[in-house]
Ligand binder design. Structure first.
Ligand code: HAM
Length: 412
């Protein structure tokens, strides 16, 4: 049995034993996004702090408590990106992408940073994959991006996933509702958590997300936004539901769904997985029709989502497959090492996976190493210049010309 790194699960999913699954997740995402015409892009690891304050919102937990913010040598305030939508929108505006045919469909992946209390599924540096469809308010785009997430979950085989769907309405239409919600909260402020009480005026919707028993009680009787949508927001929501139904994407309507970022408008959604503990959301997103104009661009509706890579890996909980190689090249004499290096290079360029001994092991040690890496065959370069090829499973051995090895290895 090949040796493997054994990292504690859920705490350190960056060591080699978990890399195979991480890479395969990214490959699946590339395939799914690519076939729907989403182009990959990157944004920097840090941006002006003001971008996140304006984009994500000053009243959010992310901006209030979770940003890694520092001053550079020029006295500018910079922040390690806590999320990807504001940076993608910044790039959209800065690079005049509104002049391209709309919508501009983008995909990204990479590390993000939030100063949260670490636990299983919640890290201070984590990874997201995400898509953004910028420049359309059509419900077709809502259905398309949600379907992409659904495809990702299905193709990866993530078990126990549920899609929750809601709508926040447009900013203008929401105003009246928010006043109603605030007065409900004010009228029972004694029962609320301090955090919710402090944010009645700036972010009353977050009260729906609270775990505090008193707050939960108050929110049980709170007016619900879905019942207060104006006719065009309600119509938009109806169409999204209809399109998802037609695409056989299952969902449940969650009238109390809210999200931790301020930019959302209309459709919001959350994919949760019942195999995870408290951090059960594997991804989510929604429309953000006001964000691009808020960042100085033209009025541009958009929708997208991001998924947490580590949470998906936790939900999959797969054992890494044992590593294996086509060939190990062993040497019986020191002077054969040069030949081994040259031959390994040649075979690798021809597509064969090959390892050689880099640690000066004895012949016995090299054979052990061939076992450890699960090599299908071992080529032994003898001191007298001859060579033999050994099938590791059967122990069968034959004299070979090194020049013929490529063909022999490829023959099965
Ligand atoms: P978010 O809900 O803040 O949305 O994050 C998306 C996902 O990232 C979460 O559902 C979760 O799986 C993962 N995640 C968040 N924080 C952590 C953490 N500390 N450790 C591990 N995983 C985490 C956004 O970031 C939006 N930009 C999504 C979006 C894109 N909306 C529109 N477009």
């Amino acid at each position: 049995m090949a040796e493997k790194f054994k990292a504690p699960r859920g705490t350190f999913d960056v060591l080699p034993d978990r890399m195979t699954q991480r890479e395969s997740l990214l490959r699946t995402a590339h395939r799914i996004f690519g076939r729907a015409g989403y182009d990959w892009m990157m944004t920097p690891s840090f941006e002006d702090t003001a971008l996140f304050e304006r984009g994500v919102g000053k009243s959010t937990d992310i901006v209030r408590k979770e940003m890694f913010t520092f001053e550079d040598k020029g006295g500018r305030s910079l922040t390690l990106r806590p999320e990807g939508t504001a940076p993608v929108c910044r790039a959209y505006v800065e690079h005049g992408m509104h002049k391209l045919a709309q919508p501009v469909k983008l995909a990204y992946s990479g590390p993000f940073f939030r100063h949260e209390r670490p636990q299983a599924g919640r890290y201070r540096q984590f990874h997201q994959i995400g898509v953004e469809a910028i420049g359309t308010d059509s419900p077709l785009a809502d259905a398309e991006v949600i379907t992409l997430f659904n495809d990702l979950v299905e193709e990866l085989g993530v078990p126990g996933v549920e899609l929750r769907l809601g709508s926040l309405g447009s900013i203008e239409a929401r105003r009246e509702y928010l006043e109603e919600l605030k007065s409900h909260l004010r009228s029972r402020s004694d029962e609320l958590s301090d955090d919710v009480k402090d944010r009645i005026e700036i972010n009353p919707l977050r009260a729906f997300d609270s775990d505090h028993p008193g707050t939960k009680e108050v929110m049980g009787d709170a007016p619900q936004l879905l019942e207060h949508l104006d006719s065009s927001d309600a119509e938009h929501f109806e169409q999204v539901k209809e399109l998802l139904g037609a695409a056989s994407v299952e969902f449940t309507i969650d009238p109390t769904l809210v999200r931790g970022l301020d930019y959302y408008t209309r459709t919001i959604f959350s994919f949760v997985c019942d195999r995870l503990g408290a951090q059960s959301e594997i991804g989510g997103g929604g429309r953000y029709d006001g964000l691009i104009s808020q960042l100085g661009g033209p009025d541009t509706p958009a929708i997208g989502w991001a998924a947490g890579v580590e949470r998906i890996l936790l939900a999959l909980d797969e054992e890494a497959p044992a590593p294996s190689r086509d060939l190990f090249i062993a040497v019986a004499g020191e002077q054969q090492r040069t030949r081994a290096v040259a031959l390994a290079g040649e075979l690798r360029r021809a597509g064969v996976s090959v390892e050689i001994d880099l640690a000066g092991r004895s012949v016995k040690g090299q054979m052990k190493q061939a076992d450890r890496i699960n090599a299908a065959r071992t080529l032994m370069l003898e001191e007298d210049g001859t060579a033999s090829l050994r099938e590791m499973k059967t122990g069968r051995q034959q004299q070979v010309e090194p020049a013929d090895v490529l063909e022999l290895v490829r023959s099965d």
